[in-house]
Design a protein around this ligand. Structure first.
Ligand code: HEC
Length: 155
């Protein structure tokens, strides 16, 4: 009888406590929704990057798409720090605590990637894979540099 009462009370008690805690919501949304959103944005950046790699390496011939992929990457890397607001550091995320603890370094890595993405967009404007190759490689290094310091290793 007592156990049932506890089972009945506990979920409600917890739910009330969670809704009472003010950290749960920011202007951008609930933390778990922000985490999912930023992972989707990163995935889209990753998709355009892989697609660009396939064009630049000559695996596929969609040269006319190259400038569009590059522009999309430049657009989506404009505000990476904005995807990592305070209090979106728990739950189902591969972001390391260093994103928030070493914020200045994180923002530096983000602005470096943004600069490299803009340079790639410029180099790819003529849809010439050869002309865009070097800038694309630089961009890849910028992604890797941030992941190395701020993202959990892939399992
Ligand atoms: C300033 C840091 C930073 C830069 C620059 C950056 N990323 Fe990320 N990226 C992250 C972090 C942190 C995560 C983990 C996010 C999470 O799980 O909440 C991530 C996650 C990802 C993911 C996995 C998304 C998922 O969960 O499925 C992909 C793919 C990705 N990034 C691709 C890229 C590519 C490609 C670039 C360069 C064009 C790039 N990233 C640039 C920090 C960065």
């Amino acid at each position: 009888m007592q156990a049932t009462a506890v089972r009945r009370i506990l979920p409600w008690g917890l739910a009330a406590w969670f809704t009472a805690v003010p950290y749960a919501a920011t202007a951008e949304g609930q933390p778990e929704d922000i985490i999912k959103y930023r992972q989707n944005v990163m995935k889209s950046i990753g998709g355009h990057t892989s697609a660009s790699a396939a064009i630049i390496s000559g695996k596929v011939g969609y040269k006319a798409h190259l400038s569009e992929h590059a522009k999309a990457i430049a657009a989506m890397t404009k505000d990476i720090p904005g995807l990592f607001p305070k209090d979106s550091d728990f739950g189902d995320t591969n972001a390391l605590e260093s994103v928030w603890k070493k914020r200045a370094d994180f923002e530096k890595a983000a602005s470096n990637a943004r600069a490299k993405a803009e340079a790639f967009a410029k180099a790819a404007a003529g849809n010439d894979p050869k002309a865009a190759g070097a800038a694309f490689k630089d961009l890849g290094e910028a992604c890797k540099a941030c992941h190395k310091d701020f993202r959990k290793e892939e399992k």
